[in-house]
Design a binder for this molecule. Sequence first.
Ligand code: NAD
Ligand code: MG
Length: 381
Amino acid sequence: MGHWRERPITILGSTGSIGVSTLQVARHLGIPVHTITGHSKVDELARQVVEFRPRKVVVSDPGAAPQLRHLLKGVAVVIEAGPEALVHAASHPEVGAVVTAIVGGAGLPATLAAVRAGKRVCIANKEPLVMAGGLIMAEAARSGAAILPVDSEHSAIFQCLEGHRGHEVAELLLTGSGGPFRTVQDLSQVTREQALKHPTWSMGPKITVDSATLMNKSLEVIEARWLFGIEPGRIRVVIHPQSVVHSMVAYRDGSVLAQLGLPDMRTPIQYALTFPEHTAGEVAAPDFARLSSLTFEEPDRRRFPSLDMAYAAARDGGLAPAVMNAANEMAVAAFLNGRIAFLDIFRTVERALGQLANRADPGLDDILAADAEVRARLARI
Ligand code: NAD
Ligand code: MG
């Protein structure tokens, strides 16, 4: 794989929240950028090309390609378009690390391509792990790809596990802020604007809504299950409103290790890129004299049924996590467009899981077919 300074990186989804933070880290550390990709914001993509001078830029929506070509006339960069180009970018032989910062299941083919090509795969895009974590981890074992978590909780757990072995672990304690509705008892009237106001993190719209439904934490349970090879029954969600303790590992002797930091994604992004080195970054450590308190509480499983749905889907396995994810993506998009109410997100996911004819050990084609079927069915209503 070589040292992290030696080989250029590819950022899938460079125009998003994680993508922009990754470029900030690359700028700070002087890591060369091989390829950047975006779906539609071509102005931002063109601006990033001019600053970071990648070899290649991909716009995954082919309809936006002519405008990007126009904006980059005279700039020495290879321009490609369409979802296939994402797959090529993810497996390019000159690339050392690939940061997956696409949102949703759309990132699955490119994530798999990076894993199969044996890259250092820095995974922010959690939905592919939820859909097909078993396949992705098996491919990584085959290719020798190093999978480095970017999600702050998983980066924390990864760090707390370093130097230890699986049999020493009692449970993983996955912390979550609880979102904007942690203390709101009646969720029937909450609005899109309220859901988009996260108390501690600034993120893209889909994950921000997922944080409000606790579906993000639910997806993260399944993400952790695959990343760390631990059964879901030993992963416990703990609400921690200050978002300073990013997660913890409880060992069998009663000792608990935690990783702490400010809620700034540049810290876990940088560690995924520079592992095993903690190197100077732009984010300061928390000032403990100013932190008045760190508090912890149980999640409310009655108001946030997403958690129980995720544990059941994880236990059932097969196609259940992919169906849960697809229904949630469709429901969140409908909620963001003002077509359904907040609580309809839970109902949509629950109904999709109820209609599933599951099967054990699905292949990639089965997972993609189940994903497409749920999306098509929900698009009609
Ligand atoms: P975002 O909406 O800000 O950015 C998404 C990126 O994906 C953009 O570059 C967009 O152009 C691209 N994209 C969108 N649809 C696409 C498609 N169909 N095909 C190809 N590219 C497409 O999202 P984000 O908040 O940066 O989140 C990205 C991923 O990282 C998500 O899976 C999220 O769960 C995860 N994550 C985000 C954060 C965070 O702080 N934002 C933290 C942890 C994990
Ligand atoms: Mg997270």
